[in-house]
Design a protein. Structure first.
Length: 197
């Protein structure tokens, strides 16, 4: 599985480097760490957060993926790992284009928790959409698309729904990225609130 994760990550390096080059933008791939327990990032602290499997730290330009043993035997393991890596890589794309800075400013200016959560959802759903773009680019080497859809089915009481979006909303955005195959389709920041719930 670690070899598979490294392969997916290398594909993402090439995909996003090509996208940035097409826009005449500088790009440096992120660092990556695949772990079986939470570890301490020198800037962002203990990652991934409790109950989560992936995390990105802009301070060190590193994404983390926590893979418990039971997941490795799951029928959807390859789809889950591919989607999670692609999502965390999406945060690196946001970091590289200063979208993370914009989100931090939005949260800093928020007077209400609901306003901060909305900015967080816009960020997370954009990362889901970027993941869909990447999965489309890697589709010949990926599990069938239906397996990615299954990842969003049947989860009740998602602890991250308030700041990541509901499962159904996350599925809509990853599908939007997958159908379009273009990062430009992932404009969550000007979308109505009803589209980023």
């Amino acid at each position: 599985m670690k070899k598979y994760m490294e392969s997916v990550s290398s594909c993402l390096d090439r995909i996003w480097a090509r996208s940035f080059k097409a826009e005449n933008m500088y790009f440096e791939p992120p660092k990556r760490k695949f772990v079986q327990r939470r570890v301490r990032d020198p800037i962002c602290g203990l990652l991934p957060k409790k109950n989560d499997t992936g995390a990105y730290c802009g301070g060190t330009a590193t994404y983390y993926l926590l893979i418990p043993d039971d997941l490795l035997r799951h029928p959807l393991a390859a789809a889950f790992v591919s989607k999670t890596i692609s999502h965390e890589y999406g945060h690196h794309v946001q970091y590289s284009t200063h979208i993370l800075d914009y989100k931090a400013a939005e949260v800093g200016a928020a007077r209400k928790r609901a306003t901060a959560d909305l900015a967080s959802r816009r960020l997370e759903l954009q990362a889901e959409c970027f993941a869909g773009v990447a999965v489309k680019a890697m589709r010949r080497e990926m599990p069938p698309w239906q397996q990615f859809r299954y990842l969003f089915m049947g989860i009740v009481n998602d602890p991250f729904a308030h700041d990541h979006g509901r499962q159904s909303t996350r599925l809509k955005w990853i599908e939007k990225g997958y159908r379009s195959g273009r990062p430009g389709a992932c404009e969550t920041w000007s979308s109505p609130k009803s589209k980023v719930t």
